[in-house]
Design a binder for this molecule. Structure first.
Ligand code: FES
Length: 119
């Protein structure tokens, strides 16, 4: 997992918010609810709207276009939608907030490290 710092501690004290942030070439929707933070893809899977323009209610992110709802913990769409959001892990450190991305190259590195035979 690659952890990338996205905010310093002074910003973490802000009121609840929904923000678009750009991290590692990706657009991420960052949501603060109380003391919790959630990071999701920013593009709505229904028709591509900007989720950072949506609203948050009961830890569900509601898209501003057609009101589809997504659970911020699991990414699941509401019953009957049949879709989901990518959720990215968040961790708080002494110097700020970090979001984690899977290491895209881990498989390739492992492949070359152990080779085809696995020796
Ligand atoms: S684009 Fe988000 S609900 Fe339709």
């Amino acid at each position: 997992m690659n952890w990338i710092k996205i905010m310093s501690n002074d910003v973490l004290e802000a009121e609840n918010f929904i923000r678009l942030i750009r991290v590692d070439g990706k657009k991420i929707c960052l949501v603060k609810v109380g003391d919790e933070f959630f990071a999701t893809q920013n593009r709505c899977p229904h028709a591509g709207a900007d989720l950072s323009l949506g609203i948050c209610k009961d830890k569900k992110l509601i898209c501003s276009f057609h009101r589809y709802e997504y659970d911020l913990k699991t990414g699941r769409g509401a019953a009957g939608q049949g879709d989901y959001l990518n959720i990215y892990p968040i961790k708080k450190e002494e110097d700020g907030l970090y979001v984690g991305f899977k290491d895209k190259w881990a498989f390739i590195r492992k492949f070359f490290q152990y080779g085809i035979t696995g020796n």
